[in-house]
Design a protein around this ligand. Sequence first.
Ligand code: NOJ
Length: 538
Amino acid sequence: MNNTLWYKDAIFYEVYVRAFYDSNSDGHGDIKGLIQKLDYLQELGVTCLWLLPIYPSPLKDDGYDISNHYGVHPNYGTLDDFKELLDSAHERGLRVVMDLVLNHTSDQHPWFLAARANPNSLFRNYYVWSESSLKYRDARIIFTDTEESNWAWDEASKQYYWHRFYSSQPDLNYDNPLVQDEVQKIISFWFDLGVDGFRADAVPYLIEREGTSSENLPETHAFLRKIRRFINKNYPGRILMAEANQWPEDVLPYFGKGNDEFQMGFNFPIMPRIFMSIRKADRTQLVWIMSRTPFLREKNQWVMFLRNHDELTLEMVTEDERQWMWEQYAPEPRMRLNLGIRRRLAPLLDNDRRQIELAHSLLFTLPGSPIIYYGDEIGMGDNIWLHDRNGVRTPMQWDAESNAGFSEAPAQSIYSQINDDEVYGPAKVNVESQQKDPNSMWYSIRHMISIRKGHHAFGWGDFEWIDCNNDQIAAYRRTYNGETILVFQNLGGQIQNISYKPKRPMKIRTDLLTQLEFASSNGRVDLQLEPYQYLWLK
Ligand code: NOJ
């Protein structure tokens, strides 16, 4: 298999460095801490890390507000630490992808400080200014809970500046070729260090035009193609992953024509439908969205995820579906944030091991490459009372000792409260105890990962629904290079009996996960599926 296509079979793991492990007892997770935990990640079986932003930043948006693109936040370490991380990861065969925040900078970035201080400065035109706050009115507001407008008034220069996220994150002006050049410099800097790729943040919003939604504009695509050409020429094989929270038909152009934009794109629309299908015990919504989701071949790949560091976004659903998801999964008002839900995977799924494993089975077997959000592999909980999205960014729970084994700093100097909850706190949920227990969820997830890694059908294979005359069963065929894997998943809490006629007669089918064998008679396979049971039959 061509190694430049490694991401087709990759298992990603999203690391919030600040939350992962504190090596110097200052209360913040750091790069050296992450290096110490690479063995853990390797044992879990993940193959690529995605690091949330580690750049110098006032941390008003947890690092998505960058004040220097060429460094490491002092709380997290130094550039030398980062080089050591890359070396240590690569020695283990682990790749490292980092965030590339294109759309905006921090308002503390020297470019913005200069732009603000002097309207005649070269940097003024790095940002988007206006006399009026009525321009680009068709652009929606994304952080609806905190922002009232996409314009903020700058008292110093008596103009408004444009921002799609917090007002402390002014948008860069991509109509300015100098800004485009800066991006190439930033990309080169990190690729020269050895980074394997970027998760490009918020790509739909780079350029704005009057009379449009200012999302997914042709000019934005033209710029992204230019970046891809630059990478292909200078850094072949490095990957770009698009964070475009859009419907499948609007994400598709981000893959470009003939791979001239992104290799990978996050699959936002399928994510809430995984939760819908489990709560409704009905595959209909999954089937519907898959029919709208193009199958990606060759060099392209969907990125699949259940949860991440943001709210569980409900942008790619209808208004009725959003209300339903809120009623079902966020009954307390405090659980809701913007157009989404600020909760982690385990609490969303009632801390029911069977449902959590089923969700992972869907994550690992639907087309795409999966991302695991740190802590979800042990079923960490959330703290909805923390500000904004901080409740899903609490310290990793390594053991039941003080500070969950995350840090030796005094509790009050830790960047966030440990999630000291009766059900989800470190006394109940931690890595150490799950690693000691071969029946733990951690082992189940690790096992799924290891099986998935042994079969290219999951990352590459064709996808076809199997109709079992039963909407409670999400069943499909994944086929690649002569290998077929049949995935059967009971989405609900009732036992289901199904009888299904395979395309190819075959006497015995083996569940890859348990090695249990299922015989067929009269050309049919009869299966009894326990609540939330999943089978990966070969
Ligand atoms: C998407 C990121 O995932 C989110 O955390 C951030 O706040 C916005 N982009 C703005 O950068």
